[in-house]
Ligand binder design. Structure first.
Ligand SMILES: Cc1ncc(COP(=O)(O)O)c(C=O)c1O
Length: 407
């Protein structure tokens, strides 16, 4: 049973000193009652809320946890660097080593730049794409999330039409719609953003067709525009390279964040030689962008990405969870759609537009020690074990039994 006494008391204090008590996507304001807002600690695949409840965590810090919370190699590299200095008057050698590492790992990359959040990376890519041929328009799939900057935030309060004046929308995975968008821009297209697969809240997730990915590449080439693949959410969790590499499609720019420092604050823009000069000419910076601790953490993360079976293990445990939950849904007669890759699963009940069933199911699971999300895609990490999945399956079965009574 998850008691949230301390959690609720902290939230009361927060309401006095933080607008609305909380902001942003880690707010539980939109979630059903029963979700903890504040966490005390994390380790491996687990988090503990401030009331001491322990959960097998399937949000993984919204994708920042790739190898497990407090991964020993990552933390000892970060700690060693912390002892030498973090943010000083310039970057350390680690920045160059990290750029070399990305360039050697990611097929399309000839250079790298580092920043803090995914939104920094996608905004740098936008400016670089416009600088490339001095063109203005940016093509975005309707409803696709690339960060909280005015050019893309899903909430329009405080955003002006001018902020979006040069954005053209098209339908994801629709070659015709994409072709029309290129036509509508009359030769003024700077870049096209693509996520490797469709992973929006409240929606079933899906991969685009190979035709779509290839059309995106071809149309960009025909219009001398840049293909920007946003790997902020997917990066390193689905592949050791850009995800569309498997289809033979290479972007000109790719944006990375979340998992690359295994929880340490760092994001990146990677680019091909074609965009090098534009990237050199723009001005982008941030007081903390040269900080060395997250770079040490990212290097230790990439080392394990290349030398361990983290990906294969994560895929295997994730598939075990997907199969187990599918079996239970069938047994308890619920139509539960599990979409997207198993390592980033989206779980939505059919005919549940207000997510009432989904919310009741995930809240019931919290009480049994598993933290899932009712409408956002989730994340598995290399620290999840088959034993953790078995514990989760006990929680999900108890939750199916509980929501069966609501019918
Ligand atoms: C695809 C994608 N791009 C960009 C971002 C923005 O990243 P951040 O929240 O680190 O600014 C996100 C965050 O969820 C994302 O999923």
């Amino acid at each position: 049973m998850n008691m949230l006494k301390k959690n609720d008391a902290i939230f009361e204090r927060a309401k006095l000193v933080i607008p609305g008590g909380i902001y942003g996507h880690q707010s539980v304001k939109q979630l059903p009652k029963g979700y903890p807002q504040y966490f005390a600690k994390a380790d491996g695949a687990y988090t503990w809320d401030v009331d001491g409840n322990r959960y097998v965590d399937y949000m993984c810090g919204f994708g920042t946890n790739l190898l497990g919370y407090r991964n020993p190699e990552v933390e000892s590299a970060a700690l060693a660097q912390l002892m030498l200095g973090d943010t000083v008057s310039g970057p350390s050698e680690l920045m160059v080593t990290l750029a070399e590492q990305f360039v050697s790992m990611i097929t399309h990359a000839d250079w790298a730049m580092f920043c803090k959040n995914g939104s920094d990376a996608t905004s740098i890519a936008l400016v670089a794409a416009r600088a490339y041929r001095n063109k203005k328009k940016i093509l975005l799939a309707t409803g696709a999330y690339h960060g909280a900057a005015p050019w893309n935030t899903p909430v329009l309060k405080g955003v002006t039409p001018e902020d979006r004046a040069n954005i053209i929308y098209f339908e994801y995975n629709n070659v015709e719609s994409l072709t029309e968008a290129f036509k509508a821009a009359e030769g003024d297209i700077a870049g096209l953003y693509a996520t490797p697969f469709r992973h929006e809240v409240f929606e079933d997730a899906y991969f685009p067709s190979e035709d779509y990915a290839k059309a995106a590449r071809r149309l960009c080439d025909e219009h001398d525009a840049l293909l920007i693949v946003d790997e902020v959410r997917t990066g390193l969790r689905l592949s050791r390279d850009c995800v569309w590499s498997a289809m033979g499609v290479q972007p000109d720019l790719s944006t990375w964040g979340k998992a690359i420092g295994n929880g340490h604050c760092i994001s990146a823009v990677l680019g091909s030689d074609k965009v090098r000069q534009a990237a050199e000419e723009i001005f982008v910076t941030g007081s903390y962008w040269y900080s060395s601790v997250p770079m040490a953490a990212a290097l230790a993360t990439l080392k394990q990405v290349q030398s361990s079976q983290y990906l294969e293990h994560t895929i295997a445990v994730a598939q075990h969870l997907r199969d187990g939950i599918a079996k239970q849904a069938l047994a308890y007669d619920f139509e539960l759609k599990q979409t997207g890759p198993a390592v980033m699963p989206q779980m939505l009940f059919a005919n549940d537009p207000d997510v009432k069933t989904g919310g009741a199911w995930t809240v019931a699971m919290l009480k049994h020690g598993a933290y899932l999300h009712p409408y956002h895609n989730m994340f598995l990490s290399a620290a999840h074990t088959f034993a953790d999945i078995e514990l989760t399956l006990q929680a999900s079965e108890a939750a199916f039994i509980e929501i069966s009574k609501l019918r």
